[in-house]
Write a protein that binds this ligand. Structure first.
Ligand code: TXA
Ligand code: MG
Length: 340
């Protein structure tokens, strides 16, 4: 199969592919998604196959409006959900709610009685859903386990020949996936941190709990996706939490490998010199979030076996960055000699 790259003046073409039961990758403000008709189980199955994703991991249902949500969701949490939608949609917040019995297939929900809904802040994709007339499922459009795609070329690299088209709208703005909040829990619970922070959600909902701790293979996680290996480049990633440790870390790992990769902000990179590959995370944790996945992929392309990546405090906007980076590193942090 040839994979076409479409631009935002070709929305109709993309919608026609979806109507024909084909897969179309779409842009969002967070990462690119792998789109398919959410109402057709036979087509949704192909999403799992294209990604190589375990099929017990439910998918986000992308909509063009709150009205589209209420065609599928149960209205038990409508008051709370509406407050969140008013405040944060369109935007990087995914809301989990119970659905009307039988409204969505088990291929979408993973057999749960809830589903995840999101209205992305990207005009091309909102137009695509509107033109198509139905919601589209969309996990991140990468091979399962790899860093999520923030540019059309990342999608092409992972999925060329497996999907009909990619709707290309340039690099994504945020770079890490949406915050996922489960309204069906006793207390509304954050299952995955993102750019909408715990504090922002508390301001709207009052009480909010957090459940994005490490999940082992044996546990049954609330967001099934949290148990799988994620965001991992081919290189081993090691997190450097204290930027003063970079020279020591570089010295140590250059003994093990000829060339290593450094993923850090400009102020840190400016202080370092030596023979290594670098990729800039910009200035702060917001720009670091935007460039993290692209940086992991770009350094992987240079074949370095080790990437030293800058850590940030995991609070506020740093929670999403830390969550993704810890997974791509398999929780490995640089330790100076004597540290446990
Ligand atoms: O920013 C995003 O959210 C991107 C863009 C493309 O919209 N999408 C994305 O989808 O990250 P995905 O499939 O990679 O992540 C969805 C997460 C998974 O961890 C999944 O297990 C969880 O949401 N999830 C989906 N439905 C759920 C449900 N009914 N109950 C609990 N967790 C659910
Ligand atoms: Mg993903």
């Amino acid at each position: 199969m040839e994979t076409l790259i479409l631009k935002d003046d070709q929305i109709k073409r993309a919608a026609d592919f979806l109507a024909d039961g084909q897969l179309v990758a779409f842009p969002t403000e967070t990462v690119y998604g792998l789109g398919a008709d959410a109402t057709r189980p036979d087509v949704v199955k192909n999403v799992y196959a294209a990604k190589g994703r375990p099929s017990d991991n439910p998918l986000i249902v992308h909509v063009d409006s709150p009205e589209m949500v209420w065609q599928y969701a149960d209205n038990r949490y409508q008051t709370q959900a509406q407050k969140l939608m008013d405040q944060f949609w369109s935007g990087p917040l995914t809301i989990i709610m119970p659905i009307q019995p039988g409204a969505l297939s088990k291929e979408v929900t993973g057999g749960l009685s809830t589903a995840a809904f999101r209205m992305p802040n990207n005009q091309a994709t909102l137009d695509l859903i509107k033109t198509f007339g139905k919601p589209i499922v969309g996990p991140s459009a990468n091979t399962s386990g790899k860093p999520s795609p923030t540019e059309a070329k990342h999608v092409y690299h992972d999925l060329k020949g497996k999907i009909a088209a990619i709707l290309d709208d340039g690099p994504t703005v945020i770079g890490v996936e949406s915050t996922v909040i489960d309204l069906s829990a006793k207390v509304p619970t954050i299952l995955r941190p993102g750019m909408i922070t715990e504090n922002e959600l508390m301001n709207v909902l009052g009480d909010v709990a957090s459940d994005h701790h490490k999940v082992s293979q044996k546990e049954i996680p609330k967001a099934p996706g949290m148990k799988y290996k994620h965001y991992a480049p081919n290189a081993q990633v090691i997190i450097v939490d204290n930027v003063q440790d970079f020279p020591k870390a570089i010295k140590q790992y250059q003994n093990e490998a000829d060339t290593i990769g450094i993923l850090a902000t400009d102020p840190v990179l400016e202080q370092l010199s030596g023979n290594f590959k670098t990729y800039s995370l910009g200035e702060d944790v917001i720009s670091a979030s935007k460039h993290l996945f692209a940086g992991l992929r770009a350094l992987d392309d240079t074949q370095v076996p080790i990437i030293l990546a800058q850590g940030f405090p995991e609070t506020g906007h740093g929670a999403a960055y830390g969550n993704r980076l810890n997974k791509s590193a398999g929780q490995q942090h640089f330790k100076t000699q004597g540290e446990k």
